[in-house]
Ligand binder design. Sequence first.
Ligand SMILES: [Zn+2]
Length: 339
Amino acid sequence: MIYPVHTAKLLATVLFVLMAGCATPDITPEHLTKESLKQEQQVQFKQALIYLNQQNKRLADVSRPLLKHSAPDCGTRTRYSAGIFLHRSSEYTKEQKAAAIELYGESSQVQVLSVLDSGPAKGKLFPGDQLLQINAQTIPENSTANAIKLLHAAMSEGDNVELQLIRSNEQLTVTLKPEQICDYAVILSPSDAVNGYADGARIIITSGLIRYLQKDEELAFIIAHELAHNTLDHIPKKLTNGALGAAIDIILTSSGFPSPLLATGIGINLYSQSFETEADLEAVRLMKNAGYRIQGLDKLWQKMARLHPSTITHGQSISHPTTVERSLRLRKKIQQLSN
Ligand SMILES: [Zn+2]
């Protein structure tokens, strides 16, 4: 039997791979000392911590203008915030602890990990500041969660707070005016899937999505879309409509299809599509309010379609509008808001 040229090439490749599978390696790996393994492990743990911190900070920095300027849309669901991340090096996992101590120093005290670019602590607090007291109340050393609770309680009315802290071995006092933001935690989910979803109380964004959306405006749009699901009460409405599991709205699963949980019936699908369109259009308004550039945002759905072409048509699910419909509707809304 004569195979076409390309088939013959394929067979040769397959045979080569099979043969290669039986061969033994020609090189003997160099012996690695325990010390060199430990050192490299430490370097990699440090890099992983820095990367995680960068992703968390980017997500918070991009979310901040939306959470702040949308406060009137969030009704009673608001709180006051200082715009800082806190941590303690002793709270890291056993594997990460040595790297955390090398990066942030060994301290039982709660420390500032990072300061948001547009929050009230910018220029007043700095990474490494060790917090001692809030409004003359001692910050507990035993847990970051307790320190955050105390900080939230001190800021609950929006009044200035006085922080006693140690910076470069010097004790000082800093006064902060907290700012009001929507009380929906924006959480980083460590997953390679390109997903974002809201559950009525939180907004969850995967690290895969953060990596894929390199422009801050694009990431802001997805956060705004999820925020809109929460502010427009879509989640309870969906639950009332009978969609079991619809508390989680997934834009795209890693397989490229919207969540099958949302596609349980035609009626629900129609409701879901209307909610998705409403969240897209409201997201543009929230972004404009927050001072984000909205021109060209419709290209985001083209970008999503490049990653998951199944969304250009309805594919296997009709819980979400197609990326074609979303792109066109978004373009129209942007034109309206730009006039
Ligand atoms: Zn949605």
